[in-house]
Design a protein around this ligand. Structure first.
Ligand SMILES: NC(=O)c1ccc[n+]([C@@H]2O[C@H](COP(=O)([O-])OP(=O)(O)OC[C@H]3O[C@@H](n4cnc5c(N)ncnc54)[C@H](OP(=O)(O)O)[C@@H]3O)[C@@H](O)[C@H]2O)c1
Length: 532
């Protein structure tokens, strides 16, 4: 496996273009300042060639759709995807474009033709691109958006590092050879900064890991964990997670990746980082209620709907703040942050000091609590029951003053575990092996996430994101919504839309009530028309 290198030294004397060559250093010049009265995402993406990783995943697919719909004058979007045994990269992206999420583009063959599929793998040197693809993207990419990652929370640390740290280095090394690159945007997670006391505020900055009063070098740490035998690395990692109060290997790997990204800032392209919290279904266009994966709060909501929560089965305090963010808000922040790195009033800030970090979060703009989300879910799934539920007598009460009790929680979790095992056994007997496997995987994920260590109760500051939102030109505000606030959103209505989406998209059940905005959009059958 390639070893992590020092970002600075690995690029010294490489003959790569300087800041001046790319027009980076003149950004804060008089012309730029004069033109920079407002931020137009459309203008920043006009004529751009965007390289996007992770488009077959949830957030990446939202970014792809939004770029094409909101910025149709983008020149090209290189969508990098892995081929799988069952389907080539091209087939996978074609299938993606036929999902209901993309329905607003189905009649725009000129826009769909801007998608250029590139086969690659971020864990490999040079992303394993073909020689031809590599030549093309190196000479023409202007904006790079890196969203691909493994989002499994408790992968073995070496797997997490390989996919989230080494892979990010591979991406950055490729970027360093891109002659036209003007902006690199890295998708991280708000939970890299969780080593805070409950109830405190996390700023949009990198909090370095410390050994006493010494700052830990991210490259040395990653190198150490990657070099060790697997079992030793696992044990060492557990020690580090405890020391730095990190919830899981995912957070540690994403934290180290942020440090790596920061080490590339302005050498020679400016980088910025977007940190979403838990990404949930869309609140608005193009498809209210759409949810692309169960990695964020979706898994939890399904677990609740299916009756995983026994009485005393909640590990989270009811009044703790839970930070979740609608997917369209998260992808808007990605687009606006990338645009502001390129053009507009914040560009000068992007080019000085540390890279800019943007939280795509809700806890400081329109906080929700665990209790509130529980009440919404209880009401909704009582009126709109899922196809089956592990609780024959309805959902148990979770009082507003509930205090999780470790031994009761253990009992409740064991009880659920027995029920899930029995149900899976029966399902397999009746030829439903695939569904049984899904249920089992869901239960494992829920059992893992339903722990006190995942009840963060943190407030994520949105100062930079507010500045981004404030800079947006007026006529793009409907399409680019960077903040979730009491003025722009409504948790109550949104929660019904989101749960109706989950019920239909993941449990194949229609809702009985219609007090929400979800309307199912079936995937397009047959080929898409894409002009050459
Ligand atoms: N979902 C959340 O709640 C959440 C919250 C905060 C931050 N984030 C961040 O948002 C980003 C996207 O997350 P997501 O929820 O969209 O995840 P996701 O649905 O699991 O998608 C992950 C994407 O990464 C791609 N990928 C993974 N390993 C790859 C490799 N070796 N080579 C090429 N592509 C690879 C996957 O491709 P395949 O389709 O080939 O597997 C997929 O397209 C991640 O950086 C994540 O850390 C997510």
């Amino acid at each position: 496996m390639a070893q992590p290198q020092r970002g600075k030294d690995s690029r010294r004397g490489s003959g790569k273009p300087s800041e001046e060559d790319r027009g980076v250093s003149d950004a804060a010049g008089p012309l730029d300042r004069a033109a920079a009265s407002a931020l137009s995402v459309r203008q920043a993406f006009r004529g751009a060639r965007v390289f996007l990783t992770g488009a077959t995943g949830y957030l990446g697919s939202l970014v792809l759709e939004q770029v094409l719909r909101v910025c149709p004058e983008v020149d090209r979007v290189y969508v990098m995807s892995r081929g799988k045994k069952s389907a080539s990269a091209r087939d996978r992206v074609d299938r993606l474009l036929r999902l209901g999420l993309f329905h607003k583009l189905w009649n725009s063959p000129d826009v769909l033709a801007k998608v250029h599929v590139i086969e690659g793998d971020i864990t490999r040197d040079g992303l394993n691109l073909s020689v031809e693809d590599s030549k093309e993207v190196l000479r023409s990419t202007t904006i790079f958006i890196h969203s691909a990652a493994t989002v499994a929370l408790d992968d073995h640390i070496q797997h997490a590092l390989k996919n989230n740290y080494v892979a990010t280095r591979n991406v950055l090394e490729l970027c360093a050879h891109m002659t036209q690159l003007k902006a690199y945007l890295h998708v991280s997670t708000a939970f890299v900064g969780v080593a805070h006391d409950k109830g405190s505020t996390v700023l949009e900055k990198i909090y370095p890991l410390m050994d006493g009063d010494e700052v830990v070098d991210h490259q040395e740490l990653a190198h150490e964990l990657l070099r060790m035998p697997e079992d030793e690395a696992g044990v060492r990692c557990m020690m580090y997670l405890k020391r730095w109060k990190m919830a899981n290997t995912y957070c540690l790997s994403k934290h180290l990746a942020e440090q790596l990204v920061a080490s590339y800032h302005r050498k020679p392209f400016p980088v910025c980082i977007v940190r979403p919290s838990m990404i949930i279904g869309l609140a608005g266009a193009p498809y209210p209620g759409y949810l692309g994966n169960l990695a964020g709060g979706g898994g939890y909501t399904i677990a609740y709907a299916l009756g995983f929560f026994e009485k005393s089965g909640h590990a989270w305090y009811p009044q703790s703040v839970i930070d979740v963010i609608p997917g369209d808000v998260a992808s808007s922040v990605v687009l606006a942050a990338a645009a502001s790195t390129l053009k507009g009033p914040l560009r000068a800030r992007h080019l000085e000091g540390e890279p800019m970090i943007f939280h795509a979060t809700s806890s400081t703009t329109y906080p929700a609590t665990n209790y509130q989300t529980y009440l919404y879910a209880k009401r909704f799934f009582t009126k709109n029951p899922p196809p089956f539920c592990l609780l024959p007598f309805g959902y148990p009460d979770y009082p507003a003053d509930y205090v999780p009790c470790p031994y009761r929680l253990w009992l409740a979790k064991s009880c659920t575990s027995m029920k899930v095992h029995a149900l899976c056994y029966l399902m397999r007997l009746f030829g439903k092996a695939r569904e049984a496997q899904r249920l089992y995987t869901g239960w494992k994920a829920w059992a893992y996430a339903n722990s006190e260590s995942h009840d963060f109760d943190l407030y994520f500051s949105c100062s930079n994101t507010k500045a981004l939102d404030g800079a947006l030109v007026e006529d793009e505000r409907n399409d680019i919504r960077c903040l979730w606030t009491r003025q722009t959103g409504d948790w109550h209505r949104y929660s019904r839309t989101y749960m109706a989406g989950i019920l239909k998209l993941f449990l194949r059940k229609n809702t009985k009530t219609d007090d929400h905005d979800f309307k199912f959009i079936a995937p397009k059958q047959g080929p898409l028309s894409r002009n050459p």
